[in-house]
Write a protein that binds this ligand. Sequence first.
Ligand code: ZN
Length: 171
Amino acid sequence: MNKRQDFLTVRGYALRNQTNHDLTPSMEDYLEMIFRLSAGKKPVRLNDLALALNVQPPSATKMVQRLAEAKYLNYERYGAIELTVRGRDMGEKLLKRHQTLEDFFRLLGVKENLLKDTEIIEHSLSQEALDCICLFVDFAKEKPDIIDSFRQFAAAGKTGKTHLVGRLNMD
Ligand code: ZN
């Protein structure tokens, strides 16, 4: 196979991914946050959701209605948002994906861009890469000495990346 055909633009990959499910990145963010706020079961108020996502209530209403049409949740105007079973399953999956990536970046020493990069990358990562990262995070948690030697390596500054020295000391 011609290797060059394997490369797509970001948009190209996004389009190919879209066949996997019917959620846009923005819908994923909403579902993840609703699941977070609901702690898996509590109904969520629209204003609380808008506040948590830093959006205006009318934008939140629009997106919540789209998610209701896609059967991820039930919502009546001015009422509470309740996830359906499908919505809960998806919300749980999205939150887990977020936490895995955040843990991974934290292990690497990412600090000031931790949330921003997690939020951007989570939507475009393949299941394969996510599974591998998840495995690595589990591995690192089970073997903290590996991470310690990584931090010592970084602290030694031998690679010339001196701007990274010190950031791996966990607070
Ligand atoms: Zn997220």
